[in-house]
Design a binder for this molecule. Structure first.
Ligand SMILES: *Cc1c(COP(=O)(O)O)cnc(C)c1O
Length: 720
């Protein structure tokens, strides 16, 4: 058996007294632990900003003199000692929710597969909500002591950086990441050689090496095809997320599914549960089947065994958004594989073949995932319904409501997304140990006791902080990037820290309708520019580089933003990522979401905004349909079925303007003295926090995954 170990590529030259900073830098625990960032930033705030919050770069570059000064500073060392001991207690995991409730299953690993993980701004391994959800899933699993091990890709070029040209066209910039600059460790064998898995692709063998990220208590393993043994094209196989190239895509997904299983085996894991986060990793079922058939089981028996241990979460409510491959491509990639399952071509295609909505025969990854899993779920109540309807053809004769796809509504990792100042307020009014009770509704009732002035002070601070951050970025564009003045204004240099501020930030996919609020621009601008009640709107988001309609949507928004007569009240911020998202969800007053119902499976950004005291203003789709209670925000449009999307857009826009004019703006500005907020506004903000913080926490979500999805599988396996 091989012995592998994760190896820290950097040795930092640190003073003895604060030696462990190197270890802390290589565990993402610091990113969600209150005050832990101070361990780096207090040593040298300027260098910390310049490192872009990357502790590896920071520790490598910060001056010796600064480190020595910190090691001599009593306050600093005190903080250091406290955090080291908190880290040790956390890592020892003596008392966790999982251990208390399921002590017998503590050593039963649960494998979690995803193509993206959104964990921190230094790790651009995500494109949007799916990745952020996976990141939050890992962090919360770690906090609860759930024995998860995760598998994904480390992309050598990450996701792209976005630049908007003067005429509003999205340009993407790529950089090649240097893994030694990131909190990522190579897995090496006893001889110091990279650990690799291999996989047969047409005409060649693909190799991939493995890296590891410590996410608190959990390992996240990442596959990387950039190794000498591969040809040039294969070395770039894991360079980017979601290529439109079919060969690249099927190869990537084979590497994740099949290679990922092999990697876990090589690391001596024998997971009791395998969780596929979206269909991209569905090929893992084929590798599991191959293992069992090779061990002498019949395929039918193998599939039954596999189903007992596999869990599948679907995120895509539109048939066209689901991953599928034409049959000729499947022939090319799997003709060597099906005989190992004891199947011929036809039998193999039958595993996941379907006629797609365009009438073409395809091999569908969600079909494969559904056939090879005993538990499946959508990510909100409505999405569960949509998914049951969409996939009911797989269970002929079963009534739609009995199709076995349940739902677990998404939630967010509170400590990742909550502003520090809000955290302090909760400590004061909810109790010192409030972070131990994140999903406890009774505790959150105490939010109503927070005095208006205190909440208002924090909210104002957060908005000013956001505006200052955005203006500094705009200044950077102006000084260093030679952009046109109009782009500087578009990037937020004229933002008003006291105006009612609406945020809209997410992937620019057409169904999300970023331009819905711009449908009648004159009407909108009339609302935004009224005397003494200024309103401003901040847009941000990337379109997938091959999504032309998405890029046109950005252009549409940007054109409105650029108009001088709009007085800088509309803003488009480039390069939406976790870092910017945190400022926005913490700083804006209103979080706007206008998806074309029912296409938003869940959405999570509004949940992040809610825990920070921003108020949601959204279509009754995804999570908001469950979150809205009549007094914790506003609803746009109705739960109707429309004859056309044109009609739907028209009605939704009408409703949006009407509510903005008659409810949102008056609630913010009426009954208000110069330094005081309207107490009706703050009452709604508190109601929003009270009603939603526990329900849409990743804590509630993870407990549900354990109870509904993981435990049935664990119990079957452990008893067997
Ligand atoms: C939360 C988040 C998302 C997902 O937001 P949605 O509400 O699902 O659109 C996407 N990108 C980033 C950077 C986020 O932080």
């Amino acid at each position: 058996m091989h012995v592998f170990r994760a190896h820290q590529p950097n040795h930092f030259d640190l003073p003895e007294r604060i030696q462990r900073l190197g270890e802390l830098a290589y565990n993402l625990w610091w990113t969600w632990t209150p005050s832990a960032e101070d361990l780096f930033s207090h040593i040298d705030p300027t260098a910390w900003d310049q490192s872009r919050y990357n502790p590896i770069l920071f520790l490598r570059g910060v001056s010796k003199h600064r480190l020595e000064a910190a090691a001599q500073n009593l306050d600093y060392v005190d903080l250091y000692d406290r955090l080291c001991s908190a880290f040790d207690i956390y890592m020892a995991a003596r008392d966790t929710w999982f251990k208390r409730n399921y002590p017998d299953f503590e050593n039963q690993p649960i494998a979690y597969f995803s193509t993206e993980f959104g964990l921190h701004e230094t790790l651009p391994m995500y494109a949007g909500g799916l990745g952020i959800l996976a990141g939050d899933h890992l962090k919360e699993a770690s906090d609860l002591g759930i024995p998860l091990v995760a598998m994904g890709f480390i992309y050598t070029q990450g996701y792209f950086f976005q630049h908007i040209s003067e005429d509003g066209w999205q340009e993407s910039r790529r950089v090649t990441l240097k893994f030694e600059d990131l909190p990522v460790m190579p897995l090496l064998d006893e001889d110091g050689q990279p650990m690799t898995v291999t996989l047969d692709l047409p005409g060649r063998t693909l190799s991939a090496r493995l890296w590891e990220i410590h996410v608190g208590r959990l390992p996240l393993y990442l596959l990387d095809s950039n190794v000498d043994a591969n040809n040039e094209a294969d070395r770039a196989l894991t360079a980017r997320l979601y290529s439109a190239d079919m060969d690249l895509r099927i190869s990537q997904e084979m590497l994740l599914g099949i290679g990922g299983v092999r990697a876990l085996r090589m690391l001596s894991y024998n997971p009791v549960v395998w969780h596929m986060n979206e269909g991209h990793s569905a090929f893992l079922g084929l590798e599991q089947a191959r293992e069992l058939v090779q061990a002498g089981k019949s395929l039918d028996v193998a599939v039954e065994k596999i189903k007992a241990q596999n869990v599948f979460t679907t995120h895509t409510p539109v048939p066209a958004g689901n991953d599928e491959f034409p049959l000729w491509l499947v022939d090319r990639y799997f003709s060597g594989f099906w005989s190992e399952l004891g199947l011929d071509q036809e039998g193999f295609i039958d595993l996941a073949g379907r006629e797609n909505p365009n009438g073409q025969p395809t091999f569908s990854l969600p079909v494969l995932a559904l056939r090879f899993s005993g538990q499946a779920n959508g990510v909100s109540e409505l999405h569960g319904q949509v998914a049951r309807k969409m996939w009911s053809f797989l269970w002929p004769g079963v009534k739609e409501e009995d199709v076995r796809i349940s739902y677990i509504t998404n939630g967010v990792h509170t400590n990742t997304w909550l502003a520090r100042r809000m955290g302090s307020l909760y400590t004061k009014y909810l109790g010192k140990d409030w972070r131990d009770h994140l999903d406890d509704q009774d505790m959150w009732e105490r939010v109503l006791e927070i005095p208006d002035e205190e909440l208002w002070r924090v909210r104002r601070h957060l908005k000013r902080r956001m505006v200052a951050f955005i203006r500094e970025r705009a200044r950077g564009h102006w000084m260093y990037e030679g952009v046109h003045p109009v782009q500087v204004i578009a990037s937020g240099v004229m933002l008003d820290p006291y105006a009612l501020t609406i945020g809209f930030a997410r992937r620019f996919a057409t169904y999300k309708r970023a331009n819905l609020i711009l449908r009648d621009l004159d009407r909108l601008m009339d609302l935004l520019k009224r005397p003494n009640r200024p309103v401003q709107i901040i847009f941000a988001g990337k379109a997938h580089p091959s999504d032309e309609p998405g890029k046109m949507l950005i252009q549409d928004v940007y054109r409105a933003v650029k108009k001088a007569e709009n007085g800088g009240r509309l803003v488009f911020l480039e390069d939406y990522d976790i870092h910017l998202a945190r400022y926005l969800v913490q700083g804006v007053d209103v979080w706007l979401n206008t998806p074309r119902r029912p296409m938003e499976a869940s959405g999570t950004s509004g949940q992040k905004a809610a825990i920070n005291g921003a108020i949601n203003f959204s279509i009754l789709d995804g999570w908001w349909r469950e979150g809205y209670n009549g007094k914790n925000g506003w609803v746009i449009g109705a739960e109707n079925e429309y004859a056309s999307s044109e009609e739907q857009d028209r009605e939704d826009a009408e409703s949006l303007y009407d509510i903005l004019e008659n409810q949102v703006i008056p609630l913010y500005y009426d009954d208000r003295t110069p330094n005081q907020a309207s107490s009706a506004w703050l009452a709604m903000a508190k109601e929003s926090i009270r009603s939603m913080a526990p329900k849409f926490s990743a804590r509630r979500m993870l407990k549900e995954y354990v109870q509904k999805m993981y435990l049935p599988a664990i119990e079957q396996k452990v008893k067997a």
